[in-house]
Design a protein around this ligand. Structure first.
Ligand code: FE
Length: 135
């Protein structure tokens, strides 16, 4: 699989300012302000940058943080993780494996069965709803 590579200018013109800040500059949207933190619509959350399907609404849960939170990715290799030592703490950054978009961070305080909390930015995601399903 070849990665999606675009120049800064190409990403800038393809994304909103907030989407660009979050995905390409590792920014964070303010809690409780994003499009999806409280969304319960059934569907698949894809990468806003490249369209790769990343998380299913079935594993989305209310973490109380104000960011969309999931307990496992659609496929283990759809995301990448790396250590993030910014802000004087050690966190694990979550990225789209397909285009290196910054998605958010993963913390080991999620629910069963994985115990993981993928705490993501709405601005990194594009929800593709399933028509025939309510959750
Ligand atoms: Fe991507």
């Amino acid at each position: 699989m070849s990665k999606v590579l675009k120049s800064v200018q190409e990403w800038k013109s393809a994304l909103t300012e907030l989407q660009f800040e979050v995905t390409r500059k590792k920014g964070t949207e303010r809690a409780f302000t994003g499009e999806y933190w409280d969304t319960k619509t059934a569907g698949v959350y894809a990468c806003i940058c490249c369209g790769k399907e990343l998380f299913d609404s079935k594993v989305k849960y209310d973490s109380g943080t104000g960011w969309p939170s999931f307990y496992e990715p659609l496929e283990d290799d759809s995301i990448a993780t790396q250590e993030d030592r910014s802000l004087f703490t050690r966190r694990t950054e979550v990225l789209c494996a397909n285009c290196d978009a910054h998605l958010g961070h993963v913390f080991p305080d999620g629910p069963a069965p994985t115990g993981q909390r993928y705490c993501l930015n709405s601005a990194s995601l594009d929800l593709v709803p399933r028509q025939d399903e309510e959750e």
